[in-house]
Design a binder for this molecule. Structure first.
Ligand code: CDP
Length: 240
């Protein structure tokens, strides 16, 4: 199939996987899945699956990486070799370094790092099954894992991505839509204020399309946030 041949939507406005334009794939989250970690979360997002584990705060080693006034976040995003049909070569590559960095930057804007001078908080994200949108899965799971570890945060970062395929703005592109699509707009949103802490854009969107994609992302972020809170309540009890 060529790029021009893929039809993401039927005549009734329904996508191949049964969703409407502004609909997310189903999201499930569970906390505390790695008993030896200080905090952890499993996320299933459509066919994507990921685990985030948090260790610390602990003393940062070697001392040259320490910051006297705050903790550092040591974030690693990794795709398991079996997470896609093409085996991923184990170890860091350019893409995993980039995603680790943008994830760290997004999380740093909410974690109260000044509480833990000279310390390190380790955040490990492992993608078990990948079907487009894994950076959003990773950031969202890491936020829940940090909350599960009891790390003080001003809010949880919810990461979601709208995109464009066949000239139509679509929420949460799946793999074929991502492959044949024209744009992808992952964002990190703070649900208490709708502030943005992370934005990347792949491809082209007009100003109008950008606004629609942003609105879709904000709406979806609130839906995902509800699932994040429910996962934490399931483990710890209490009302939101
Ligand atoms: O996963 P995300 O959308 O955040 O990042 P991407 O770089 O746009 O990758 C899109 C998708 O391509 C991933 O979710 C995987 O399904 C797939 N991929 C792959 O199969 N092999 C890679 N080495 C990288 C990505």
């Amino acid at each position: 199939m060529g790029y021009g041949d893929y039809q993401c939507m039927d005549e009734n406005g329904i996508r191949e996987d049964g969703r409407k334009a502004d609909e997310m794939r189903p999201v499930e989250i569970e906390c505390g899945v790695i008993p030896v970690a200080d905090g952890s979360a499993y996320i299933k997002w459509g066919k994507n699956e990921a685990i985030a584990a948090v260790y610390g705060p602990m003393e940062a080693h070697p001392r040259k990486i320490q910051r006297q006034d705050r903790a550092i976040l040591d974030v690693r995003y990794n795709m398991a070799p079996f997470s896609t049909s093409d085996r991923i070569r184990p170890g860091f590559n350019r893409r995993s370094r980039e995603i680790s960095k943008v994830t760290r930057d997004a999380l740093e804007s909410v974690v109260d790092l000044e509480l833990y001078p000279r310390s390190k908080i380790r955040v490990e994200i492992e993608i078990i099954c990948a079907e487009a949108g894994t950076r959003c899965c990773g950031i969202t799971a890491a936020s829940v894992a940090l909350a599960d570890a009891g790390i003080p945060m001003s809010d949880m970062v919810v990461s979601v991505a709208a995109g464009k395929c066949n000239g139509i703005v679509l929420m949460d592109l799946n793999k074929p839509e991502d492959n044949y699509g024209e744009a992808d707009l992952p964002m990190g949103i703070l649900p208490m204020t709708d502030e943005l802490v992370f934005l990347q854009m792949d491809g082209d969107l007009s100003m109008e399309e950008f606004q629609v994609a942003w609105d879709y992302n904000v709406k979806a972020a609130h839906e995902v946030h509800k699932i994040m809170v429910e996962a934490l309540q399931k483990r710890y009890g209490g009302e939101s």
